[in-house]
Design a protein around this ligand. Structure first.
Ligand SMILES: Cc1ncc(COP(=O)(O)O)c(C=O)c1O
Length: 396
């Protein structure tokens, strides 16, 4: 019940135990096409270039940024938590002239602040996290696409922690590039990064297309300024997933089975229903920790549905409580990074673990462990408050 990774859905685990096939086996290419279509549904996009980057979520981020950024490009990174710093770091390594703006952790930017920063820095690309698990708040993105379009800026976001648990609409919000991971609300393991790219992003990426010498044919593209990574060269990865099936890496078959099953689960449930499930169980967890008498961190108006940051009460050792929850109840919760390390616990309700039984059990266990650690808690207040949220939802 931490900020992710969390338990995988058993259907995903079963899918990942299927026999391997090579990437040119017709069944495999069919799975690849099917996976592209499934993720169009998950991202709410019609983008042709919707595929998997092999590697954890940051592989997706790195592929997007190294492929979209030409050295010397100006990139704007508004930072409101740990993962904004990661975007800055990756953009800098890709050779960008990075401009950052920062707000206090636990808060988000207004659209006016972002537009002002765009006016001041005139970037080629805006790179921003959607839900930053380190602070548990989500940046509203719905107005940023129009701003980027007005200023001719490409718009990238990292939805690793938020996708499928919070409303997200790649096309309606004007996104050019989006990358994710499986280990949060998608109910899978880390190791595959679903991603989608708009036609405008594809044009920028393909302008630097270079086909590897060993597989190049007469007339094939050889850019004078190729993308600075071979593994993460999206122009090559597009050709690998597309009808050309041009050889690139050896597809991670087992991860593809897992990623495909994560998307099938979401499409079966309905993506809006999955978001609503995360909203309900997240609301029950929030009410529960407050019902125990604990304070929560961050701007609640912008909180992510799938994770809540709870202030560690005075006199309580955060890691000792985490240890007892894990050792005595088999429940893992997280702490946080940087300025929040040791100050908050992060409790997740995501993916396969966004369920009533996990919420109620976690609250019951937390109450006992807190009591043993000497904290003052409201007896039965956690489970009781969560039950009220479930009763209200059932009655509405
Ligand atoms: C918002 C966000 N971005 C990126 C990452 C990095 O993901 P990974 O560890 O899968 O590379 C995480 C991991 O928690 C995250 O929450």
């Amino acid at each position: 019940m931490g900020p992710g990774p969390v338990n995988a859905d058993p259907r995903v685990l079963r899918a990942m135990s299927a026999q391997l096939v090579g990437q040119y086996d017709p069944s495999m290419t069919a799975y690849m096409n099917e996976t592209m279509e499934l993720y169009r549904g998950v991202f709410k996009t019609t983008n042709e270039q919707t595929l998997l980057i092999d590697g954890t979520s940051r592989a997706g981020i790195e592929a997007a940024l190294v492929s979209l950024i030409s050295p010397g490009d100006r990139v704007l990174v508004p930072i409101f938590g740990r993962f904004g710093h990661l975007l800055r770091e990756i953009a800098e390594r890709a050779g960008a002239e990075v401009h950052v703006r920062e707000v206090e952790w636990g808060t988000v930017f207004t659209p006016a602040q972002i537009e002002q920063a765009i006016r001041e820095t005139k970037p080629a690309l805006l790179a921003i996290v959607h839900g930053d698990t380190s602070t548990t708040v989500a940046q509203p993105l719905d107005e940023l696409g129009d701003i980027c379009a007005r200023h001719g800026v490409l718009f990238y976001t990292d939805v690793t922690a938020s996708l499928a648990g919070n409303t997200f609409e790649a096309d309606a919000w004007g996104l050019d590039a989006v990358t994710a991971g499986l280990q949060k609300c998608l109910g899978g393991p880390s190791g595959s990064a679903p991603a989608t790219f708009s036609p405008r992003a594809v044009e920028v990426i393909n302008a630097r297309k270079s086909i590897e010498a060993g597989i190049r044919e007469a007339g094939d593209a050889v850019s004078a300024h190729p993308i600075r990574s071979n593994y993460f060269d999206l122009s090559m990865i597009f050709d690998y997933w597309g009808p050309k099936r041009l050889n690139h890496h050896t597809e991670a078959t087992t991860m593809l089975y897992g990623a495909r099953e994560c998307a099938r689960l979401l499409v079966d449930e309905g993506i809006d229903a999955a978001v609503e499930r995360h909203r309900l169980h997240g609301a029950a967890m929030l009410a529960g920790v407050q019902g125990l008498g604990l304070a929560v961190f961050g701007d609640l108006e912008h909180r992510m549905n799938n994770v809540v940051a709870v202030r560690i009460p005075e006199g309580v050792t955060g890691d000792a409580v985490r240890g007892e929850l894990l050792n005595d109840f088999g429940i893992e919760i997280g702490t946080s990074f940087g300025p929040l390390h040791g100050k908050v616990w992060r409790i997740g309700t995501m993916g396969y673990n966004a369920r009533k039984d996990t919420v109620l059990t976690t609250l019951a266990a937390l109450e006992q462990v807190l009591r043993r650690s000497g904290a003052t808690v409201t007896g039965g207040g956690g489970v009781g408050a969560a039950y009220e949220v479930y009763q209200d939802a059932a009655g509405s």
